[in-house]
Design a protein around this ligand. Structure first.
Ligand code: BG6
Ligand code: MG
Length: 227
């Protein structure tokens, strides 16, 4: 049996660039407008979660889940997106997180297909600002994804788009919901950040994403998974 990796699939917000922080600032502002205070600890639960699902979690946090009609909630989500898009205006090619360009280059040099699995409808804008539009062989379309992370749908879609078997693919995530989605898809999960239980390989920050170590750990994991 060979240990060939068939694809590497990246999350965007919080892995390729620090837009996770912009999402947080935009939600914090929107939440404050309806009298709800959120902090960075609570924000961990929003990472990787779709816009409307994030709003529901925030309203629940403030015990206001029954206080708004669907139209009002849609308006609130749109407002948050405006805050977020405003923050995105400052994003440039210098905002790719440390180590990511090097990692992408190493994977590409081995001829491996690279995918993007972000549930953000702003992924295209972010990639353009980072000048990374051509870095991916397949970008899963968030608009076509029916179930947000932790459902595996987006990672399975990316694997399919890249022609890779999930067990032969590596997913890289900064969110608990994302790690859960990768594991539910049957892929090998690389976590970036703290308290990402369930990651098969965990680092604190993107500059610690060492491709040789990831491959080594993946091969061990594969051996154990097919025992
Ligand atoms: C994910 C982020 O990538 O995209 C979430 O981690 C965000 O925080 C989600 O809610 C949806 O993004 P957008 O840009 O469509 O509101
Ligand atoms: Mg993320």
């Amino acid at each position: 049996m060979n240990n060939k990796i068939e694809a590497v699939v990246f999350d965007l917000d919080g892995v390729i660039t620090d837009t996770a922080h912009f999402h947080y600032l935009a939600w914090k502002q929107l939440a404050a407008e309806v009298g709800i205070t959120i902090d960075e600890v609570f924000n961990e639960r929003l990472k990787g979660v779709s816009r409307m699902d994030s709003l529901e979690l925030i309203l629940q946090e403030g015990n206001r889940e029954n206080d708004f009609t669907l139209t009002e909630k849609e308006e609130m989500a749109a407002k948050k997106n405006l805050h977020y898009c405003d923050l995105l205006k400052q994003l440039t090619a210098n905002d790719v997180l440390p180590g990511i360009l090097e990692l992408l280059a190493k994977i590409k040099a081995e001829g491996l297909p690279i995918g993007l699995a972000s549930v953000s409808k702003n992924a295209g804008t972010v990639l353009k600002a980072l000048e990374l539009e051509d870095a991916f062989n397949f970008i899963a379309d968030a608009a076509k994804i029916k179930r947000s992370k932790p459902d595996p749908e987006i990672f399975l879609t990316a694997c399919e788009g890249l022609g890779a078997a999930p067990v032969r693919a590596i997913g890289i995530e900064d969110a608990a919901a994302g790690i859960e989605a990768i594991k539910a898809s049957g892929m090998f999960a690389v976590g970036v950040g703290k308290s990402l239980q369930g990651a098969d390989y965990l680092v604190d920050s993107t500059n610690q994403l060492d491709w040789d170590k990831i491959k080594e750990t993946y091969e061990e994991w594969l051996k154990n998974s097919i025992k």
